[in-house]
Design a protein around this ligand. Sequence first.
Ligand SMILES: Nc1ncnc2c1ncn2[C@@H]1O[C@H](COP(=O)(O)OP(=O)(O)OP(=O)(O)O)[C@@H](O)[C@H]1O
Ligand SMILES: [Mg+2]
Length: 263
Amino acid sequence: MIEIKNVQKSFGSKVVLNGISANMETGKCNLIIGASGSGKTVLTKCMVGLIKPDEGEILFDQQNMTTMAPEQRKELRQQLGMLFQGSALFDSMTVAQNVMFPLDMFSNASLRDKRKKAIEVLDRVQLRDAQHKYPAEISGGMKKRVGIARAIVLNPKYLFCDEPNSGLDPQTSLLIDKLIKEITTEYNITTVVITHDMNSVMEIGDNIIYLYNGVKEWEGSNKDIIYSKNELLNKFIFASDFLQDAKEMRMLDDGKKSKTDLS
Ligand SMILES: Nc1ncnc2c1ncn2[C@@H]1O[C@H](COP(=O)(O)OP(=O)(O)OP(=O)(O)O)[C@@H](O)[C@H]1O
Ligand SMILES: [Mg+2]
């Protein structure tokens, strides 16, 4: 579990995180949602140690990252897997080389063992056959899967995904969501996903944190979110992909057309 305790961060006079407390649960997909500029990325950067909070604490399974010694922090960093926005693969490396990269950086295993591990995770994301291809030769969805394979190759305890669905069609997005969810459960990872995608929220949102102007405005599960009476949250949700559902509801209210007439 990652415990965020009263985290505050300002840039100049602008308060970006205003006393955030939240728990990211183990074996669950913990989603951070909120409008552009609400502080999602800054909060995530605080968690992975790229930004130091002005105040507050972040604990990884009781280990306080904010106060730990540099060597300890280095060790902790190796337990964090990251799936960056846009996949961020190295264009000059093959799929297998990309996946092996963290092993080359952090592991003393033999080349044979590193290859074996890379193939194992590529298998997990169903990309063994693409191992010799270059990023330019594969689709956006495949790139994300390579990014996921690379993020889990060091068996992380914590996985961070920054908008894993950006630029993907709804069906491919769903596959990526399901993969993230499966991996989270299978390896009992504490997974944090920043998303704008309301389909993802409903599909994998075990624990959802809604940020509004640097404040945690709402927290709950995908089951709770539908019944939430929080006005800011509802405005946020209905302003996005939920339009379709809103449309359906209106149609049903009107009682004129059945759902199946919608196209
Ligand atoms: N390094 C920085 N220096 C100054 N201001 C920053 C810095 N990083 C972020 N900010 C500001 O902090 C606020 C929150 O930014 P953040 O990137 O966390 O938003 P976000 O919720 O991730 O938005 P988006 O959905 O657009 O990615 C913004 O007003 C942004 O301008
Ligand atoms: Mg962001």
